[in-house]
Design a protein around this ligand. Sequence first.
Ligand SMILES: C[S@@+](CC[C@H](N)C(=O)[O-])C[C@H]1O[C@@H](n2cnc3c(N)ncnc32)[C@H](O)[C@@H]1O
Length: 277
Amino acid sequence: MPVPLHTTGKASFDDIYDRPDPRAYYARMSDLDYRIPELAKPFFQQQIRQYRASARVTAPTVLDIGCSYGINAALLRFDTTMRGLVGHYDADSDRAGLIRRDRARLDAHTGPTDVRFLGMDASRPALDYAHEAGLLHEVVHADLESGEPTDEQRAVLATADLVVSTGCVGYVTEKTLARVATAHPRRRPWMAHFVLRMYDFAPIAAELAALGYRTEQAPGLYEQRRFASDAERTQVLNTLSARGIDTTGREDAGWLYAALYLSRPLPKYHADTEDPH
Ligand SMILES: C[S@@+](CC[C@H](N)C(=O)[O-])C[C@H]1O[C@@H](n2cnc3c(N)ncnc32)[C@H](O)[C@@H]1O
C-alpha cells in the first residue's frame, strides 16, 4: 500500500501515533532509520547542563512537545540509542508487560534522576503509555494549535524550564509554542527544537522574539530519517527547491534533514528574576 502523504508532501504516520503501546511506532521508525531523537540527545543534555549552571537549579523540568511514547525521555533516562529502544520494544508482550519492563528498567537505571520530564502530545494513548511506564513524570494532552490550554494544563506547562522537540514542528506552529512560552506569566522557558528544513522557522522565531526571546540556528544539519517513498522524496525536494534550499548531498541523497533552533529569553524573563516566594 502506498505511504499516505500530508498536504505538505511529507509522509503521514498518523496511524501509528495513537496505538496503545509503542511497538508499531518503533518498528516503523526503524524501517525508515529514524534517528533525529538520538542525534538530538547530546544537544538536549548540553542544554540541561547549561540551564542547571545558569539558573542554579539542581533538577530542571524538561517539556517535550510532541513527545509521543516518551522517546526523548526514554533515550535520556534509559541512557540508550534508537537501535537500543527499537530492540527493547521488539517484544512479545502485552501492554501491561511492556509497562512493567519499562518501570523495572527505570528503577534499575542509574541515569539522570535529576531531571523532571513532562510531555505534551495530541495523542492520548501515547501519553498514557509514557506516563504509566514512568518515562514522563507528568503529561499534558492538548492540541494548542486549536485552542488555549485549560488552567490545569497551563499550570503544568508553566513549570517547564526547557522546552524541546524532535519531529514535531510542522505539526505545531508558533501558536503552540507561544502558548507554551507564556504559560508562566513572567518566566520564559528555554527552547531547543529540531526542525525539518521543509518548515520555515522564521514565523516561530518572530513570534518568540515578540515574547522576549533571541533565536539562533545552531551549526550543522541532522539526519532525521530516510524518505518513506519516491512520492514523498519528489514532493519534499520540490518544497525545498521552492524555498531556495540547496539539497545537494543532503535530501537529494535520500534523507530528510533537520536544523536545530535554540531560543533563549532575555535576562528579565530568566528564572532567577522570579519572586523568591
Ligand atoms: C513524528 S512524531 C514525533 C514523536 C517524537 N517526538 C519523536 O521524535 O520520535 C509527531 C508527534 O506529534 C504529535 N502531534 C501532532 N500534532 C500535534 C499537536 N497539535 N500538538 C501536540 N502534538 C502533536 C503526534 O501525535 C506525534 O506524537
